[in-house]
Design a protein. Structure first.
Length: 87
């Protein structure tokens, strides 16, 4: 595919007001999966049912992480603002 074709291809994008929710979705999806893998490995070790156990843990962890990120994000933004110098 050439650059000209790639630039003309329409792409769906969410409105800016959805940013906190999209951020929470991406963050919770990635972090819950990684944490499910690490905790399952630490608890049960590697084995034939490792990924099944990870996915079972992930089904609980992802929605919980999404809600937690929605709640904690404004607090973290405020804390960063208090501890980091602006330009």
């Amino acid at each position: 595919m050439t650059d000209a074709i790639a630039k003309n291809k329409p792409r769906f994008r969410f409105p800016k007001r959805a940013s906190p929710y999209i951020f929470a979705l991406y963050m919770s999806t990635i972090m819950a999966f990684v944490m499910s893998m690490v905790i399952t490995l630490a608890e049960f070790g590697p084995g034939p049912h490792y990924m099944t156990n990870v996915m079972n843990a992930y089904q609980v962890a992802m929605p919980a992480a999404f809600v937690c990120i929605l709640i904690v994000r404004p607090i973290v933004i405020r804390l960063v603002g208090l501890t980091v110098h602006g330009h």
